[in-house]
Design a protein around this ligand. Structure first.
Ligand code: AMP
Length: 114
């Protein structure tokens, strides 16, 4: 079930965030604890708790999110590359139960992550 999270509060402008992109379906804002020179979170406004909860009807929304991520990365001039991360559930390290895509860039990123 969808629950109210800090990200739904950001969507409703109940708490502040450094919002860099918005449309009818998507919001993007800078991570409050950046792990790279560029660290942006891209979320659907629809409160899907995690990727595992997405349904076939969310397919178009998920595709839209990826295309917006590509657009934001270009606007941020991450021409040398970047990483897109979705943490899913406890073992995935997810801490906010609202689906979100991390865009990380601006430095070389080690692989594999911890
Ligand atoms: P995850 O660990 O994948 O669930 O990522 C959650 C991310 O949300 C972390 O990188 C946090 O730093 C970030 N975060 C938590 N609260 C806020 C906030 N109020 N504004 C922006 N980013 C936040």
């Amino acid at each position: 079930m969808a629950t109210d999270t800090i990200f739904t509060k950001i969507v409703r402008r109940e708490i502040p965030a450094d919002i860099i992109y918005e449309d009818d379906l998507v919001l993007a804002f800078r991570d409050i604890a950046p792990q790279a020179p560029v660290h942006i979170l891209v979320i659907p406004k629809k409160p899907i708790p995690k990727l595992a909860d997405a349904s076939p009807e969310d397919g178009e929304l998920l595709g839209h999110l990826l295309l917006i991520i590509k657009q934001i990365a270009a606007e941020e001039k991450l021409d040398n590359g970047y990483r897109v991360v979705v943490n899913n559930g406890a073992d995935g390290g997810q801490t906010v139960d609202h689906l979100h895509f991390h865009i990380l860039g601006g430095r070389y990123l080690q692989w594999p992550p911890g």
